[in-house]
Design a protein around this ligand. Sequence first.
Ligand SMILES: Cc1cc2nc3c(=O)[nH]c(=O)nc-3n(C[C@H](O)[C@H](O)[C@H](O)COP(=O)(O)OP(=O)(O)OC[C@H]3O[C@@H](n4cnc5c(N)ncnc54)[C@H](O)[C@@H]3O)c2cc1C
Length: 441
Amino acid sequence: MTTSLLSRRRLLALAAGSLAAPLVARAADDRLDCIVVGAGAAGLAAARALASLGRRFVVVEASGRVGGRAFTDTVAGQPFDAGAAYVHFADRNPWFGIASQFGFRLSDDRGTGFQLYDNGVRVPDTARRNARSGFGRLIQALDSLTPETPDVSMADFAGSLGGDLIEPARRIARMSLGEEPGQVSVRDYARLWSGDDYLVPDGLGRLVERFGQEIPVQRDTVVRRIDWSDGVTVETSRGTLRARAAIVTVSVGVLAAGGIVFSPSLPATTQDAIGGLRMGALTKVAFALDGNRRDWPEAGDLIDTRRGGIDFELWPFDRPLVVATLGGDEARQLVGMGEAAALAETKDLLVSLVGPKARGAIGAGRMAGWSADPWTLGSYSVCLPGQAGARERLAEPVGDRLFFAGEATGGAGEAVGAAMTVGGASLAGVAAVEKLQALLR
Ligand SMILES: Cc1cc2nc3c(=O)[nH]c(=O)nc-3n(C[C@H](O)[C@H](O)[C@H](O)COP(=O)(O)OP(=O)(O)OC[C@H]3O[C@@H](n4cnc5c(N)ncnc54)[C@H](O)[C@@H]3O)c2cc1C
């Protein structure tokens, strides 16, 4: 394949820059250059790059909003990030610069420490130190993995180092990936980027929404079928669109569930790639609070072992809120109970940690149950054990006209380490435009 004349850095600058070019230029024939499926971070970054290159395109989005899994929801008027919250690995994350471009403040506030509970009982400091040493040993071992390390599950890897590391592996996998450690490729986990992390006090979801503001997005438009036998013919709930190519940014959960039918069927490489990935179930439950911060424990987070491990963040940014986060099979089960029952149980758990007096101060709640959301069917992707190459395989263009891009692929080349994140999704969107541009010239 020819290489693009545009460097990735230049394309990224185009994606982040102001949109001087018309967003959808008039077509000389009736065919667009590209249809972008999905208006999350990947689709919006792809759209901005296409617009800056003067390409003719449309963005179609199934839901009624842009941002996808970056979504700042509210409960009793208080904002919280129901999906992505952190700008991870800031030194190489495009959203670090995009935040300042759009005037969004970033915060590296680490909170005010945490308290640990085992089944509702406060864990003494000695036990806490032991737990911390187990985490430290596991993280060190994961950091020193080499490409030759067998691609086993994180659970097997931890078990091979000692039985005491299995629990830390569960905690890390559930809380950072939303998945059980037996389902996670240790080699994929080890190559994920890390670095300084920042929060966006006004909401990362709002920042992504602002980034997409000038992009015309056909909302409430569900893509049902893509025929890629001659260019692409995209059947949607609001009619059929034709283009030379499509950038498909829907989640692996949607792809695996057959949410979009491809005709002809996708090649074996792409199908294997989709089968080698799985969606985690990171879930958040938020409650509005009445009263004062000083009525609550001083710690920023209360972490209990129940529900597979649940972290209650108290008063984020001094807002009268509690945001609980949990992942893995127990989170899936909680989401499956439905919002009302899940809120009631989560509230009981919180009250058991802070005391019955708090019950009256806990108000309305919201659950972000991504594993039951039909437009995501999970939180973000993990590679199954033995499938560490699945992300690269998914990013391989299909028939020079279908480009899968999103958090599951991360950026191209070594930027696959940005997978699972908002930064990785937008790098992936831009990488797809780069490949497309090389083909369309
Ligand atoms: C609870 C949670 C916490 C997270 N925390 C962080 C974090 O702190 N930092 C971080 O960087 N990342 C985090 N992430 C991950 C991050 O949110 C995602 O990696 C990123 O937002 C994915 O962007 P995307 O564009 O690839 O996909 P999406 O945002 O899912 O965008 C795809 C879009 O496609 C649409 N769509 C689906 N099906 C169709 C269809 N048939 N037709 C048309 N449109 C369709 C969807 O509605 C969606 O808008 C978190 C995710 C969750 C769920």
